[in-house]
Design a binder for this molecule. Structure first.
Ligand code: HEC
Length: 233
């Protein structure tokens, strides 16, 4: 029932006659800047929003490996078309009330038509390669804000011990450097994906060990609970 209501709302909102069909994908590539903070185009590369690689090939709310869909988008399960996309980027919250995509929408129909023309290429199979090859967007946008892969790390950022005492962390790296940090300047993060550190080896990132504010990245919660200890002395 809920699903039907949402779909009915979604469809009522879409007025295909009003969609401009002659968008310029090159200008649309520039308009895609508004989306890059949350979406990568590389298939499977999920950021705060799901990857838009090949998204036209699947129903809404069904990207493999993306676990943060709103129940509303997930259960709607509609197919994408230029008209549906136009309605989505005009006002996501109106089309799917309750969506987690916090984006105010684009009111200018010309900009939307350009962006839809771009998305119809970018979201199709092999679309990512095409938009770069055709110069519609810079190659760096396909990964967007995804971090650079840590890989194996280096002796200066691989952590051999990390302990917490009082309001401090004491961190030692493989090259022998060791420093205390104020706990409020240390961000503890998990990166469980390909961009994360090797299992069992947390790394320090950011300004590095001499920096005032640092991030410590663990591969998993298991690593964090095993390797980070509360110990004074
Ligand atoms: C602030 C982050 C953010 C911005 C900016 C943003 N999105 Fe999203 N987007 C999301 C999130 C989160 C979802 C998942 C929404 C949900 O589950 O309700 C989403 C979902 C989507 C989907 C559905 C994907 C699927 O797998 O069904 C499309 C298509 C989409 N966004 C396109 C865009 C476009 C185009 C733009 C730029 C005009 C944009 N988004 C801007 C966060 C964002």
């Amino acid at each position: 029932m809920r699903r039907l209501t949402i779909l009915a709302l979604a469809l009522a909102f879409i007025t295909p006659g009003a969609v401009k069909a002659d968008g310029d994908p090159k200008k649309g590539g520039q308009a895609f800047r508004a989306c890059v903070a949350c979406h990568a185009l590389e298939p499977g590369l999920h950021l705060s929003g799901p990857s838009l690689g090949n998204f036209l090939e699947r129903p809404s709310g069904s990207a493999k490996g993306y676990g943060r869909y709103s129940p509303e988008l997930k259960s709607a399960g509609f197919e994408w078309s230029p008209a549906v996309l136009d309605a989505w980027i005009e006002a996501p919250e109106k089309m799917i009330p309750g969506t987690y995509m916090s984006f105010p929408g684009i009111s200018d129909p010309v900009v939307r038509a350009d962006l839809v023309a771009f998305l119809m290429i970018a979201g199709a199979e092999d679309g990512v390669k095409r938009v770069v090859a055709e110069g519609l967007i810079p190659a760096s946008w396909t990964r967007s804000v995804a971090p650079d892969p840590i890989g194996e790390g280096s002796p200066s950022n691989r952590i051999v011990s990390i302990r917490h005492c009082g309001d401090s962390y004491f961190i030692e790296t493989e090259d022998g450097a060791s420093y205390p940090f104020w706990e409020k300047n240390v961000r503890l993060k998990i990166d469980s994906t390909d961009t994360g550190p090797p299992p069992g080896v947390p790394v320090v990132l950011g300004a590095g060990m001499r920096g005032d504010r640092i991030s410590v990245i663990f591969r998993s919660i298991a690593d964090l609970s095993r390797l980070l200890v509360e110990e004074c002395g």
